[in-house]
Design a protein around this ligand. Structure first.
Ligand code: SF4
Length: 123
């Protein structure tokens, strides 16, 4: 009984990968930095997992050179072979400058009066 070792598909040339990356980032910024929902992300990864273009050793797509786990998270991304499309909906990035754990944005001023969500009086 012989065990067949399947060779992994090759990545595109570095210049093509660089172009694909720059193009993806431009689309990502233009779309408003949106990330997919968990359902869309899981569906996309399921398609990639069974695709013969996936390189299982490093998790990269041999068509575009992208890391599929990162690619699947970005709403504006699409499979280069049309197996899954770009989507418009998605969560945007958290506000830049937000302090973890405090709920206050760095540099923002807290207005006096009542809180809009819990109706407690601010000091
Ligand atoms: S992005 Fe498309 S071509 Fe690439 S591994 Fe996923 S399904 Fe296959």
């Amino acid at each position: 009984m012989s065990k067949e070792i399947k060779e992994e598909p090759k990545l595109p040339p570095p210049i093509t990968q660089a172009f694909n990356f720059a193009s993806s980032m431009a689309k990502f910024v233009k779309s408003g930095l949106k990330f997919t929902s968990k359902a869309v992300y899981s569906n996309r990864l399921a398609m990639c997992t069974y695709c013969d273009k996936l390189r299982h050793s490093d998790g990269r797509c041999s068509e575009c050179g992208c890391y599929v786990e990162a690619k699947a998270e970005i709403s504006s991304e699409a499979c280069p072979l049309g197996k899954w499309p770009a989507v418009k909906e998605g969560k945007t990035l958290r506000r830049v400058g937000k302090k973890v754990g405090t709920g206050k944005a760095v540099g923002s001023e807290v207005k006096k009066g009542k809180c809009g969500s819990c109706n407690r009086k601010r000091k």
